[in-house]
Design a protein around this ligand. Structure first.
Ligand code: PLP
Length: 456
């Protein structure tokens, strides 16, 4: 296939390719990324910029090759600092020599072999790394191919556990509102009922038990609501599933870790399993390797994904305790009946091992704290803007919440003019930059968030 110009590519893209949560044909023109390196996305020649902005970036444009359109070449290639880490995943930035080498090395051995009846070092090493770094008690690892699938597996584990113990009636899930757990059926059923398009799926989705969204600060009345819901539904509940400390795509809300202890105690008291979805929060993002550590709580089942492979390849994992695995193994059907074709993919597993070793081999907490204080400084200016309802920062996550729905196109264009890639949604403009983002680039990201808040 001959190389396509950006215009040809965009035309074919619009006609044939679905994008996340997009219509067909596409209505908004995506930017064409040609390559990425460090914290920068390099756009293809002639790739459109939302809002038609072709002016070079403002003062203090990012330096380095192709940082902004060169003089006399206003539509030339330009680079954007990625404020999104490609949806929480590229924690070490792009084109990282260590991750590249891990992929190349594994590529020379094998990209994939089936996992049924076969095993290999990358998967085994990865499982051991995950067990060692995760909260005490999580011992068994199911390697899945995406976050949503890892949640499906978590739910299957919980339902099967109770079935094995002779309590098949325990098959509902409890969660709090404002969550996001993925786009396949079980995860969708525990996504926020309002943001998660539940109305479209009335009668199709499993009907789960919902508590109110968790307040930011600890509130005893809310804790009591959690306890009494769990007690009341104990006979039909297989598990409670929540995102610990940070609710991501459901609304970028933070809550007191103390609620996790409330859930742990209530689940133990009433024979309900506890699942933490750490797909967004895992691998240091909140200032702890896993958000569960903020409360010193071990869940029965934990999902990880997103940053697992440093943003290189799709892979996720579901970890569980010996109790859950033993329970399943004592059942009439003593196996976990799940086995994706690409389970344990060696290429993804090798990169995941390298990414985890890279993370643990550095003072990652210092980097996350540095980003936290950079975002606090840089985003404080947003508090005074008209239309801004709240500004919050936790770990390497910065959020500006508006009092109205974001004008996506205007907000994105404003960020791009600052030389930064952001992807706002609903009433939220947010960033979770790669941990390798330097201070000057971080300040620029914060300026872009403020600009997007001003113009969105
Ligand atoms: C992104 C996300 C998922 C879904 O992961 P995919 O890899 O997109 O399927 C599930 N839970 C949480 C908390 C997430 O942030």
């Amino acid at each position: 296939m001959p190389e396509l110009t950006a215009a040809e590519l965009l035309e074919l893209d619009r006609r044939h390719v679905w994008h996340p949560y997009g219509p067909m044909p596409g209505r908004q023109e995506p930017l064409v990324v040609e390559s990425a390196s460090g914290v920068r996305l390099r756009l293809a020649d002639g790739s459109g910029v939302p809002g038609g902005g072709k002016e070079p970036s403002g003062p203090g444009a990012p330096s380095g090759p192709g940082a902004a359109a060169g003089p006399g070449d206003p539509a030339g290639p330009r680079e954007l600092i990625d404020g999104m880490s490609s949806w929480w995943s590229a924690i070490h930035g792009y084109n990282h020599p260590v991750l590249n080498e891990a992929a190349r090395e594994q590529l020379g051995r094998m990209s994939h072999v089936m996992f049924g009846g076969l095993t290999h070092e990358p998967a085994v090493r990865l499982a051991k790394l995950l067990v060692d770094m995760s909260p005490e008690g999580l011992e068994h690892v199911f390697l899945a191919d995406s976050g949503s699938v890892s949640v499906e597996v978590a739910v299957k584990m919980c339902l099967q556990y109770w079935r094995s113990l002779g309590r098949p009636g325990k098959q509902r899930l409890l969660t709090w509102r404002g969550g996001y757990h993925g786009d396949t059926w079980q995860p969708m059923s525990v996504c926020d009922p309002e943001g998660g398009m539940h109305d479209l799926w009335t009668g199709v989705l499993h009907r789960q038990v919902f508590a109110d969204p968790p307040p930011a600060e600890y509130d005893e009345a809310y804790a009591e609501q959690l306890r009494s819901l769990i007690e009341r539904h104990a006979d039909e509940l297989a598990a409670v599933i929540v995102e610990p400390v940070v609710q991501g795509a459901g609304g970028m809300r933070f809550h007191s870790p103390a609620y996790l202890r409330v859930l742990r105690e209530a689940c133990d008291a009433h024979d309900v399993l506890l699942v933490f979805d750490e797909i967004a929060t895992g691998f240091g993002r909140t200032g702890a390797l896993f958000a569960a550590e903020h409360a010193a709580v071990t869940p029965d089942v934990m999902c990880v994904g997103k940053a697992l492979t440093g943003g290189y390849l799709t892979m996720a994992a579901t970890l569980c305790t010996a109790r859950v695995a033993d329970g399943i193994s004592r059942g009439e059907v003593p196996v976990l009946a799940h086995g994706p074709t690409f389970m344990g993919n060696p290429l993804a597993a090798a990169v995941a091992c390298a990414s985890i070793e890279l993370l643990l081999g550095q003072d990652w907490l210092a980097e996350v704290k540095r980003i936290e204080s950079g975002l606090r400084d840089g985003l404080s200016a947003a508090s005074d803007l008209p239309g801004v309802k709240d500004v919050r920062v936790l770990g390497a996550i910065g959020v500006v919440q508006l009092d109205h729905a974001v004008d996506m196109e205007a907000a994105t264009a404003a960020a791009v003019r600052e030389g930064v890639w952001l992807r706002p949604f609903r009433d939220l403009i947010y960033t979770m930059p790669p941990y390798v983002t330097g201070d000057a680039d971080l300040a620029r990201i914060a300026r872009a968030v403020c600009a997007a808040a001003r113009e969105g």
